[in-house]
Design a protein around this ligand. Structure first.
Ligand code: KG4
Ligand code: ZN
Length: 338
């Protein structure tokens, strides 16, 4: 059995072909970074228009790489929640059209569950049950993953997502876009102890929530102190590096602390981590250090499965096997539902 999975929740147009044995036959991602770069953030209208232009070529290229024709597909899966409304609609319309034309089942994918399933795809069945952290540009959420089809939301950010904070701080500091890799690069030459930034809710283990907007404002205040008018060009390279390193350390401290608190609360032994921010080298190494110290096992999605991709839509195989297929009136759910 072979399924085509589509992913257009935000600003990557992606497709993948996956077999029922979870082999990824092809996976294509058309990044829109170059389109959003000058705005230093995703512009929803630009994102949905670019999806419209790219979705068919991306599907064609993915089928070509998998050496398959559309008629060889046994099902079509699509991420229909959560995400940007206009972006979600493009993937959903394409998936419905294909499912109707090919007369194959349509399967719905929850994008955040898929980010966690990336760990299952990469590391096998031992991953679940687990506590799961999704840290991306749009979300920072903790889940209790009881199995590949059972995810309970434990809590999330009450304001900005971790990746969004990286993007905004990169913009403040005059670094590139997307902000995560740019801040990570700048932080390499910096002192992570130079500035003491806030770490929200870390002293309240019962509160499995995140807040990053105060941290972003704290970086802004430090930048203003160093350069009235927030001009990063007037701040020394060393100061920018120190700000980036101190900020990155604060985000990583919060994420690692909240994961360990969730594990303690749920008596879990496994932690799985996905989403674009999981590509961050400091986060990866500190999670691994915490796992060694505390005795849990950590599964972090491989780099190519961290940022948005359709291969993680392999979770649709689990749904298909369980008979969880959709009617053609399937709708998008832009907001995060439990
Ligand atoms: O999962 P993703 O591709 O899209 C969403 O579902 O939001 O995540 C994108 C986010 C961006 O905010 C980007 O800055 C962040 O992931 N990111 C990183 C790194 N690579 C990407 N954040 C920190 N360190 C990185 N190396
Ligand atoms: Zn994502």
């Amino acid at each position: 059995m072979k399924i085509l999975a589509l992913e257009t929740t935000c600003d990557e147009t992606a497709a993948a072909v996956i077999t029922d044995r979870l082999e990824v036959l092809a996976s294509t991602v058309a990044s829109q970074d170059a389109l959003h770069e000058r705005f230093r953030g995703v512009v929803p209208e630009i994102a949905s228009r670019a999806h419209v232009e790219r979705i068919l070529p991306v599907i064609d290229e993915t089928l070509r790489q998998a050496k398959l024709a559309a008629a060889d597909l046994d099902a079509v899966a699509v991420a229909n929640r959560p995400g940007l409304a206009g972006s979600l609609l493009v993937g959903l319309a394409a998936a419905k059209a294909l499912a109707l034309a090919l007369d194959v089942p349509l399967v719905a994918v929850h994008h955040l569950h898929a980010h966690l399933y990336a760990c299952r795809l990469a590391y096998g069945e031992a991953v679940f049950p687990a506590v799961g952290l999704v840290a991306s540009g749009g979300h920072t959420s903790l889940f209790h993953c009881l199995g590949p089809l059972e995810f309970a939301l434990l809590g999330g950010t009450i304001d900005d997502a971790a990746g969004e904070a990286f993007d905004k701080v990169a913009s403040l500091l005059g670094l590139g876009y997307p902000g995560g890799p740019a801040v990570e690069r700048a932080a390499r030459g910096g002192d992570r102890r130079a500035y003491r930034f806030p770490r929200s809710f870390t002293d309240d283990a019962s509160r499995l929530e995140f807040s990053f907007s105060g941290l972003k404002t704290a970086v802004r205040h430090q930048l203003a102190a160093a350069s009235p008018g927030f001009d990063p060009a007037k701040v020394s390279r060393q100061q920018v590096a120190d700000l980036a390193a101190s900020f990155q350390q604060a985000v990583v401290d919060v994420l690692v602390t909240k994961c360990t608190q969730a594990l303690e609360q749920f008596g879990g032994h496994n932690l799985c981590v996905g989403g674009g921010v999981a590509a961050n080298a400091l986060l990866r190494s500190e999670l691994e250090a915490a796992a060694r110290q505390t005795g849990f096992r950590v599964f972090i999605a491989p780099h190519e499965l961290c940022t948005d991709n359709a291969a993680m839509g392999a979770i649709a195989i689990e749904r298909l096997k369980a008979g969880l297929v959709e009617e053609l009136d399937l709708d998008i759910q832009p907001g995060l539902m439990r």
